[in-house]
Design a binder for this molecule. Structure first.
Ligand SMILES: [Fe+2]
Length: 302
């Protein structure tokens, strides 16, 4: 797994500056966390661009989770459940997710209509506290999960309100001892995917505030995101941020000429390559991240 360096110094410098205390190892508390994202589900019978059956691809991701996880594990779903936000598409996403054989934690992405999301998933107890200015925490597993809302008015932009950052700080402060995974749709770091240019906008200040909050909490070890349709990892605020690939189409990075946030009509180059998911294995003291295809029909050769 490649770890990209940020422009804030070496890993060693960052590690020294944070002086993380090792979290007590809890051998008996192993856990697999399946991470699937960006279904872009449509109403039954519809196809993305008239061709691509994103609903079937989402089902394939669920089948891959069921094949790899046991009943004590959990799946996290980091948004863009739907492509167009329609209520019928959201219900389709719910139908697909309910085929999981393990519990799942879900949050909306930029393509999702917030009202349709809550109408469809509002019976989940953890979503009782879900608002524009907050999130939820789940304490039922060997690691703690804390999810925050990053949605703004447009699908490709992101916004985390000051109240959300305050809520996250208070929520993390309430339990500093448990290893914690933070869930959010939009990645908080700049990358070479055109849909992540929001961080180049000089008016965006939430990323710095969020970084200071996460950086104050040593137990926040892993930040899980979606949105950019590509498996990407970086070290940020002392945590590993891991973006899972989409279950439908992937995006092509633009390493040499990433458009600026002010560029209108910036084009995302989408590619149809084998869809994938991530599995994060917590062994009671550390986690390891695997990126795996969702198509389980690959034949074993050894
Ligand atoms: Fe997406």
């Amino acid at each position: 797994m490649a770890i990209a360096m940020t422009d804030e110094g070496s890993l060693a410098e960052r590690a020294a500056s944070r002086s993380k205390d090792p979290i007590p190892r809890r051998q008996e508390q192993t856990l697999l966390i399946g991470h699937i994202t960006d279904f872009h589900a449509l109403e039954p019978g519809e196809r993305l661009g008239g061709k691509l059956d994103t609903n079937r691809l989402a089902e394939q991701a669920v089948e891959a989770m069921n094949a790899r996880l046991s009943s004590s594990d959990v799946v996290v779903v980091t948004g863009d459940l739907t492509h167009d936000g329609k209520a019928g598409a959201m219900r389709e996403a719910r139908t697909i997710l309910d085929k999981l054989s393990v519990p799942y934690l879900v949050l909306p992405g930029g393509h999702d209509n917030p009202a349709n999301f809550l109408d469809t998933f509002g019976d989940k107890p953890y979503l009782a506290s879900w608002t524009r200015d907050g999130g939820y925490s789940v304490d039922d597993f060997p690691v703690r999960f804390v999810a925050i809302n990053t949605n703004s008015a447009t699908a490709d932009s992101a916004s985390i309100t000051p109240r959300t950052c305050d809520w996250l700080d208070r929520t993390l402060t309430a339990d500093r001892d448990r290893p914690t995974f933070v869930l959010m749709h939009h990645p908080p770091f700049q990358c070479s995917i055109p849909v992540a240019t929001y961080l180049r906008d000089p008016e965006v200040t939430w990323a710095a505030t969020l970084k200071s909050v996460i950086g104050r909490h040593d137990q926040a070890q892993l930040v899980l995101c979606g949105h950019v349709h590509r498996a990407i990892q970086t070290v940020w605020a002392g945590a590993l941020v891991s973006v899972a690939p989409a279950t439908c189409v992937q995006s092509e990075p633009m390493f040499r000429a990433v458009p600026q946030s002010s560029d209108k009509g910036r084009r995302v180059e989408l590619v149809l390559e084998p869809a994938a998911c991530q599995l994060h294995r917590w062994d009671g003291g550390t986690f390891t991240t695997y990126t795996l295809p969702t198509d389980m029909s690959y034949r074993r050769v050894g």
